[in-house]
Design a protein around this ligand. Structure first.
Ligand SMILES: [Zn+2]
Length: 440
């Protein structure tokens, strides 16, 4: 029993990539602050933790000033607006701002990583050289709404992520849910603003306790970055993330799923004894996220295309999205390899490759059925799914045929090295109440 337990732990820790909640490849930090007079200074620190057991993460951190222009911030190596770091497997990198500005400078930061990272930003307040307190916040994603507990002195930071000016509405609600005041914040392209709630709604009583909602004031689908901070005199506290979980930030999710699967590809290909395919070399399979108003996905030599509309159809399931992305990566691998990888039929072969990648990357392969079922459902509506979806002449028939063989596909994926050991391990962790006969 002990040996099996050890094997499961080894298998899961070596291959399956489960990430901490909130880990992402696009990391948005809606606020930063550095410097000030010696009597009252701020320091910002960024911490990146790589949960992957074997692959280093390459991160590019970009800093922006309040006006949206690049901000040259000294993070220990002299001033620069872009900082590239590599985070070792299971390692971490911490960057402290050098407190170099004589007047406090504020702004925001955005990081991009080729692997999901857990990331935290710390704000330290230092008075006359003595640290007074520190507040932490996790990196976030853009959203169309933000909700937060509020008092009169609530600290709010907002970022306009568009390259045109946008307006955002701040509404304060009292503890009974009645509107206590509103204010519109106008932000230039890529601009950042930080203020106290009382700066914007001075009519709020000193004892105000309630909540705040931030929304776009003109176009309901406009996304923005936000962060709030509880302030009570000199005492401050972080507040829970308030971005709306729904609707999903699709471009960020597609990128996350794509990069996780890409990281798992070398192990999958090595397990299949395929040496002439390197999906992990960026530029071999580049990701195109298309805004076209029809549902489609493609995998062709050199690139994978995933439509935003397809991610929106799949909606709230990263595992279902992973099946689609993995399937398209399967087609790219087939084209690079010059033949199919595991099965004679190209579509079945790409499905098998997708499920293999999903298991290695820490997604649930049952999501494959969800993705195909949604495509099958949508393909009954004219002009909703591309007539040549995935370059298939008869996508609807293909979805249904693949759906009916999905369980045997899963069984085949679980029978292949390097996935075979993982399937038992995964089943024990993810589906512990499934019967012994289930392949996964
Ligand atoms: Zn296909």
């Amino acid at each position: 029993m002990l040996r099996w337990t050890c094997f499961f732990i080894l298998a899961v820790s070596c291959f399956a990539q489960f990430d901490p909640e909130g880990a992402h490849v696009d990391l948005y930090f809606p606020h930063l602050a550095d410097g000030g007079p010696v009597k009252d200074q701020w320091q910002t620190s960024f911490i990146f933790v790589n949960p992957h057991p074997s692959i280093p993460a390459n991160v590019v951190l970009s800093m922006f000033a309040d006006d949206g222009q690049r901000l040259s911030l000294d993070l220990g190596g002299g001033g620069a607006s872009v900082q590239a770091v590599t985070v070792p497997p299971l390692g971490s990198v911490t960057l402290h701002s050098a407190i170099s500005f004589a007047t406090t400078v504020t702004g925001y930061a955005i990081a991009s990583s080729d692997l999901p990272l857990q990331s935290t930003v710390l704000f330290r307040r230092i008075m006359n050289g003595v640290p007074q307190q520190e507040i932490s916040a996790a990196a976030t994603l853009p959203s169309t709404q933000y909700v937060s507990p509020a008092t009169r002195e609530l600290g709010i930071a907002i970022v306009n992520i568009y390259d045109v000016p946008k307006n955002f509405l701040i509404t304060a609600f009292d503890s009974n849910g009645a509107t206590a005041g509103t204010s519109v914040v106008n932000l230039a392209a890529h601009a950042h603003s930080s203020f106290d709630l009382s700066d914007r709604i001075p009519s709020l009583p000193a004892s105000f306790t309630g909540s705040v909602k931030i929304t776009p004031s003109t176009q309901a689908t406009d996304e923005f970055l936000a962060w709030t901070l509880k302030v009570d005199g000199l005492v401050t506290a972080s507040l829970p993330p308030g971005r709306l979980e729904w609707p999903i930030s699709h471009a960020d999710r597609i990128t996350l799923v794509y990069r996780k699967l890409l990281a798992a590809a070398p192990a999958a290909l090595a397990g299949l004894d395929i040496n002439n395919v390197n999906l992990n070399a960026f530029g071999v399979a580049t990701l195109t996220i298309s805004p076209e108003q029809i549902i489609n996905a493609l995998g062709r030599p050199g690139f994978v295309q995933i439509d935003l509309s397809l991610s929106q159809l799949i909606s709230d399931s990263p595992s279902e999205l992973a099946f689609i992305v993995g399937h398209e990566l399967g087609h790219v691998a087939q084209l690079q390899h010059g033949s199919t990888l595991t099965a004679a039929d190209g579509e079945h072969d790409a499905d098998l490759f997708a499920m293999t990648l999903m298991i290695l990357a820490g997604f649930d392969p049952y999501g494959g059925a969800g993705a195909l079922a949604k495509l099958s459902m949508a393909s009954g509506t004219p002009n909703l799914v591309a007539a040549m979806f995935d370059d298939l002449p008869d996508p609807h028939g293909s979805f249904n045929a693949r759906l009916s063989s999905m369980m045997s596909t899963l069984g085949q994926a679980c029978a292949q090295s390097p996935v075979s050991g993982l399937c038992g391990a995964y089943k024990a962790v993810i589906h512990p109440n499934f019967p012994a006969t289930a392949p996964f």
